[in-house]
Design a protein around this ligand. Structure first.
Ligand SMILES: Cc1cc2nc3c(=O)[nH]c(=O)nc-3n(C[C@H](O)[C@H](O)[C@H](O)COP(=O)(O)OP(=O)(O)OC[C@H]3O[C@@H](n4cnc5c(N)ncnc54)[C@H](O)[C@@H]3O)c2cc1C
Length: 408
């Protein structure tokens, strides 16, 4: 293992792998990624892989677009499939106000060169015959997004970075992060790594990892479910994949998974997980499912998509998901700790990881912060946010689900 490098990335989920990829692509190849277990072993392995272009925050849209671009480029560079399904997405307007907001967002997509159409209920029914369109006002349609295989994408990113000269150390947990002359020292069971720059991409583990440095990052894991149904004959009979659907009224996303449906729900009573510390023996584990709080949403989904009422549930996965008090990631340098960078706090890490990594890697290699992205700066919560206040905000962000903010 390299013991002295220009940059060490801690954490081998989609975000850490994307950061290693982008640093190597921009010429910082004296780089090592240190992963506690296998790549993807945090939240990445069980994610649904949805990568939409739709986002209510103007500047964030570019991060979504940059992510699909990054994964497809890594696929080309490595020959490893990222499993991209270009199904397109429909964001339903459950209220007239949501439809108005889609018109407000439209020019942003034009400026980024992303196809974006506002569809009537009748057009929605043509694109997705299983949506009952009687109670909707239309939809925003982004036809060129879809979903990827998060494990395939992580492997493609890591393999490309390796081909460019970076290295990946698995089963190499970082035990402590301390200052060292000219940079940082990372203690691991395989020896100490010193690095001029360190990127912490350890999701909800980052909080405990950096507490000894006096940082109190407001990052906490919530439980989040995805439900996969048995095959449905009506879907099996189709010869094209359905577009993904997102709906603020149901507070869920739904996409086709093989011949069934995959449903992600933002329920009104979210549960946190491991608030007093991530269990040290937590591996590639899921949490016990708890379907009761999901039932009101599933009942609404039966109204919105009557086909779902006939579906048997095959799997209910409950996984931990990292959230910050405003639902946006923490990206950038830690003030007064030269060389220490964050790429953590992602709750849509597949959708935004690749694009965020490009932003961070350009920032690190040029020293120039990105323009207009203060909303994701790592220092925006200070270093000592009150825990109860952080948890209350996270709960609020989670339960808001797909509701659109009025101010954009
Ligand atoms: C059920 C479910 C469905 C989801 N679906 C989607 C979706 O469709 N689209 C989407 O965009 N997002 C989705 N998400 C969220 C997504 O999974 C996360 O945002 C994303 O995986 C975060 O990636 P990450 O790299 O930041 O973290 P992780 O994947 O958690 O990676 C962090 C890594 O750090 C490692 N690590 C921790 N401590 C150390 C240490 N001391 N030393 C070395 N390594 C360490 C861990 O082992 C882990 O591999 C979903 C989440 C859940 C729970």
């Amino acid at each position: 293992m390299k013991s002295d490098v220009q940059v060490a990335v801690i954490g081998g989920g989609i975000v850490g792998a994307s950061v290693l990829y982008w640093l190597a692509r921009l010429g910082w190849t004296d780089a090592v990624l240190l992963e506690r277990r296998e790549l993807t072993s945090g939240s990445t392995w069980h994610a649904a892989g949805n990568t939409t272009y739709f986002g209510p925050y103007p500047k964030m849209t570019a991060l979504f677009a940059g992510s699909i671009r990054t994964y497809l480029q890594a696929e080309q560079d490595s020959g490893v499939s990222v499993g991209f399904h270009q199904t397109g997405s429909l964001r339903l307007a459950a209220t007239p106000r949501e439809l108005d907001l889609f018109h407000v967002y439209a020019p942003r997509y034009a400026s980024l060169g992303i196809p974006f159409h506002i569809r009537s209920p009748q057009e929605v029914a043509e694109l997705h015959p299983f949506i009952d369109t009687r109670a909707i006002h239309g939809a925003a349609h982004t036809p060129t997004d879809g979903h990827v295989d998060p494990t395939g994408a992580t492997n493609a990113l890591a393999q490309t970075a390796r081909k460019r000269g970076a290295s990946v150390e698995r089963y190499c947990p970082v035990e402590t992060v301390t200052r060292a002359p000219g940079g940082w020292a990372l203690a691991t069971p395989k020896g100490t790594v010193t690095a001029r720059h360190v990127v912490v991409a350890t999701s909800f583990w980052a909080r405990e990892m950096l507490a000894p440095l006096g940082l109190n990052l407001p990052l906490y894991p919530t439980q989040h479910h995805e439900i996969i149904t048995e095959s449905l004959p009506d879907i099996a009979a189709r010869d094209t994949e359905l577009p993904a659907m997102r709906d603020s009224w149901v507070s869920c996303n739904v996409r086709q998974e093989r011949d069934g449906l995959l449903i992600g729900i933002y329920e009104k009573q979210p549960e946190f997980w491991a608030l007093d510390g991530i269990p040290p023996d937590f591996k590639e584990d899921l949490l016990p499912p708890n379907l009761d709080p999901l039932m009101p949403h599933l009942e609404r989904l039966m109204e919105r998509m009557p086909l779902f009422a006939s579906a048997g549930i095959k799997v209910a996965n409950n996984g931990p998901m990292c959230l910050t008090p405003d639902g946006l990631p923490l990206i950038g340098p830690v003030p007064d700790m030269a060389g220490l960078w964050l790429a953590t706090g992602f709750n849509v890490g597949i959708g935004t990881g690749g694009g965020s990594a490009e932003i961070l890697a350009r920032w690190m290699t040029t020293g120039e912060p990105p323009k207009g992205l203060d909303a994701i700066h790592a220092d925006r919560f200070g270093t000592d946010m009150d825990r109860d206040a952080a948890l209350a905000s996270i709960r609020e962000v989670y339960t808001r689900g797909y509701e659109l903010p009025d101010a954009i």
